[in-house]
Design a protein around this ligand. Sequence first.
Ligand code: CU
Length: 164
Amino acid sequence: MKQRIIGVAALVAVLSYACGERQPERVLTASKGHIAIYDAVATASAAPDVSSLYFTIANAATSPDTLIAVSTAAGTASLHTVVTDSSGVTSMRPLVGLVIPAGASVGLAPGGYHVMLTGLRRPLVAGDSIFIVLDLARANLLRFRVPVLTYTEMVERLGTLDHE
Ligand SMILES: [Cu+2]
């Protein structure tokens, strides 16, 4: 599976080069109408039934769209954000909806917005993949496969908001 992911990344890099774009590191995961999903990754479970997943949503439309919900047959998926209180303590909070402004991208990444996976039927193992469904106010449903990477592989791929 890892070889297949690298193969897809290489293909996207070649296609991007052919189109004259300068973002060979960004891997298109899925698209529908004005919405494109890049770099979707899930991390291997640290605890048996808990994990998280990340992606970047790009909105090419001239009006905003809103990610309302995420779901997967693998377990329970919840949109979260990370907040830091006045004493410097960080904690996760549920997000009611994530607005993707017109012509802009919003990234989910470690230390910021993320999809929390709980109640997993079985632990996520690097090399596996899971299907997830995004529900957007205007684009409606997007269903796509997300590869499971080790935490180290995921950080190499996305970076973290903590270190930027
Ligand atoms: Cu969370």
